[in-house]
Design a protein. Sequence first.
Length: 224
Amino acid sequence: MSYFDSISTRFRPNSDSVEVYEADQIASSPESGLTCAGTVLFAILIGGDYGGGLTSCGAKSAHALAKAGYGERLVSAWTNYHDNPTQLHQSLDEWRSEVRDALMYNRQGQLPTRRLDAAKAITPAFPDLTILNCYLNPLTSWHPETHQPVNSQFWRHQDPSILGITRFCIHHFGWTNTRSPSIFTTFEKVLWEGCAFRLIYSVRLYLIDARRDYDWFHLALNVI
């Protein structure tokens, strides 16, 4: 798994430079040391899109717990026993006890400091298993067995429809080329970079469609 990000213009060796983040390198890095399971635990502890996190557990403590392997043990318990409530309850009780002990006493010196309030905040309802499942099994259109889109016969690879995005923004946001900032300025700021990367790692390039959308976009601006 890779993640691409643009580099600030102050640090670019040239205008085409990007940073590439590899999951394997992140996991093996002494500074990060975050595996997939560790990243899930980190998000659960400090809070993310699905929940507010564990009270009084800061990012440094969450990172230390994730690096110590508590994320792997949590994900393993859920993966192995999510359809066996009794065994899952027992495994989670043991996991909570271990995490609570680490926060209270820091016996192994894994944390920067003891976090008594965070330890007390670990209740039998922590972690929220609905949130855990959201991180581990995000709702997508990909079938878990074939790794292909559901009803894939109706799917085809396609690049972003500039015309469709333009119509959507005009209709829903009221963006035009006569207001400040103009739609073109806004697209240049927030859209073109993503479209460019989408084209770069596309399986195929539909050049005819791309040219058509480009022409339609400028036609739409002229009409507006």
